[in-house]
Design a binder for this molecule. Sequence first.
Ligand code: ADP
Ligand code: MG
Length: 351
Amino acid sequence: MIDIENVSKTYRTPQGDVAALRDVSLHVRSGEIFGAIGRSGSGKTTLIRCINRLETIDQGRIRVGGEEITSMAEAELRRKRRKIGMIFQHFHLLRNDTVRQNVALPLRHSTLGRRERADKVHELLDVVGLGDRASAYPSQLSGGQRQRVAIARALANDPEILLCDEATSALDPETTVSILALLRDVNRSLGLTILLITHEMSVVKDICDRVAVLHAGEVAEVGTTADVFARPRHEATQQFSRSLFDDDGATAALETPLVEGIAASGGFVARLLFVGEEANAATISRLSRSYGVDLSVVYGTVRVLHGVLVGCLYVAFDGPPDRLAAAADDLRARGVGLDVVAGTHPRRAVA
Ligand code: ADP
Ligand code: MG
């Protein structure tokens, strides 16, 4: 539905050039919720603005619904933009217009008659749960309600995609959950493709089918949400992954005498990331038995990433170096991510 191929974009400023996107390629499939996560300045907003050609690109090609945006003439582009819905962090509603008028705004070019338009607006407000607030002004609504109005407005012309730029970043956690649930509902009921851009893990972890991590204008990683954060390869992804699993408890657990003792006696403590069924302490005790080493879980967290269980366990490895290395290799061979966080990882003795 969205094909981004080798796109580069540099802003020319008096202070110098800023390479906002560097050779970005991404493919968003029809009907999916695709997340792009990155820290501030990683190029997220630029990416979205290039997709509806609010910014021109220096290199590459962007197609939406099979149509090339890059080379489109102005009139055609205006028609196309109506099929690209967009919502923003600060809602961008017209403050002097009622909810009804805000939602009706994109219909001003529509071929629908007066009556049909009114019906359409009503229908859209029902979809977002604001059927009874049509005559209110934005200032009379909460942040979550304002974003609902913006969603209704974005859906007015039956778009093929919905672009969301930090759409929940101005909302509290509970309201965020309700807006994300609404986005998932419209994704399912309308088959709407959604590209969601954010700097927050909490936004991508539940609703995104797939996710890309942006870092300094580049795509660091792409994959299913569980895979990307359970097997983070790029440093930027590792940071997001840690933010998901690590809390005060993890920090405290690593400062205990047990952990310090293990490190001093030649063992080590590793942070393990498991996907699916294996994400539990039973896996660790099995491994402990089969290699004749002492493995103990120091701390653990389990999260559900888009319906997939992902576990993070801090495990102390104690025993003969050779066997510890073999146990660690076994885990790695099974696709378990393993990072030594205290002590040193023993090399297996060369036979
Ligand atoms: P994000 O949305 O991930 O925070 P942006 O796409 O807004 O990132 O910005 C990416 C980079 O491009 C940043 O370094 C930012 O300072 C720069 N940038 C964004 N917009 C402009 C602009 N209009 N002119 C110059 N530099 C810009
Ligand atoms: Mg931005």
